[in-house]
Design a binder for this molecule. Sequence first.
Ligand SMILES: Cc1ncc(COP(=O)(O)O)c(C=O)c1O
Ligand SMILES: N[C@@H](CCOP(=O)(O)O)C(=O)O
Length: 415
Amino acid sequence: MELVCIECGKARRPENLFPMSCECGGLLEVRHDFRRADAEKLRALFDSRLALRTGPYASGVWRYKELIDPEVEEAHIVTRGEGNTGLYDCAPAARYAGVRKVWLKAQGENPSGSFKDNGMTVAVSRGAAAGFRTLACASTGNTASSLAMYAAWAGLRCLVLVPPGGVADGKLAQTIAYGAEVYGIEGGYDIGVRLLNRYGEELGFYVCNSFNPFRIEGQKSIVIEAAHQLGWSLPDWIVLPGGALSNASALGKGLLEMKAIGLIDRVPRIAVVQAEGASPFHRMIASGGGELVPEPEPRTAASAIRIGNPPSWRKAARVLRECNGVTCAVSDGEIMAAKRVIDRSGIGCEPAAAAGLAGLKMLAEGGTIGRDETALVVLTGHLLKDADAIRMPVPGPALEPLAPDELLARLASVR
Ligand SMILES: Cc1ncc(COP(=O)(O)O)c(C=O)c1O
Ligand SMILES: N[C@@H](CCOP(=O)(O)O)C(=O)O
């Protein structure tokens, strides 16, 4: 296992995590040596851990340790039993999108309520193993609340940078409740994440944003767990909302590694869906360009993906090439309409997460995804993460307080 720069190929040992980007400026990634990995033995090992209820291997991330971080010592693992999220065959979502079958992978069922936990447990374990006392991140909300939870659990200090007024109230409240120190930053996530990448080490912080390559390793478990749940075969498409593009990078890496090992026979195609007002990656891919042009003022009601300069775009672009992937951009109206379908199905999600289903519908209507194809849509965050968004799209008159008699009369009339 080594850390390799995706630009210049320079490699180093995984303990030498700093600086967290290569001196050439490129992002680092974990490269495993899976040449001796035996798919049958791994399947049996992962099956044997399914019955565990305690200890690190009961986690839906660490169950797959051999594929994620084989070297970190068990004693250093900081886990809240993350992963283990439901995979739901959702007929209303399939009808809505107009495809044969839709599986919803509900990452909102994680302990802090979003997919960030899958990656954070691995990044924080590495930080704790290296002896760091202060963890830090820039965030649009979910990274902050996930990091704050793990920091509290590990007894470490947590600092977060957020766009003032740009984070859903519930996420901020959750972060503060876990004891994190919160700072506003002008320019929000896009500026904050670069600031921490540049100065984090100097300040003595262990930075847990997704340029930390161990975050990406942990997030691979989303698709590994889904493959395990489906008997090591996956639908035709994996559909993801795209913001900083960590999931596209991680899930694509996970798929290609599973194929190389022989755990799956076929790599599904990937679709990355961005919000129209925050879609620099889609614009780059659609125009055939090779350089991302940042969006200086990203706008969308889905605050989690209000990101104009995604740090992982080069990793995501490579994944798209290797997984025959596509991108699209959807409006806030389309996101809210898809959210309503997901909420009404009984699963529910926050707005950013609903972008995936909105994009699947768009791609099916446009013929990119066939009507007889199947898809797995990653629901990245829980419905209660953004309570304001729940109120926003609900049509009908404001609720009035009814006297009991009047209420009974109304109920009788609508029975
Ligand atoms: C709920 C939610 N969905 C989607 C995303 C986008 O994921 P990524 O940054 O990995 O593209 C984020 C954060 O960016 C998020 O918090
Ligand atoms: N949605 C994210 C923004 C991306 O953060 P990163 O952890 O991938 O750097 C958030 O919740 O902050």
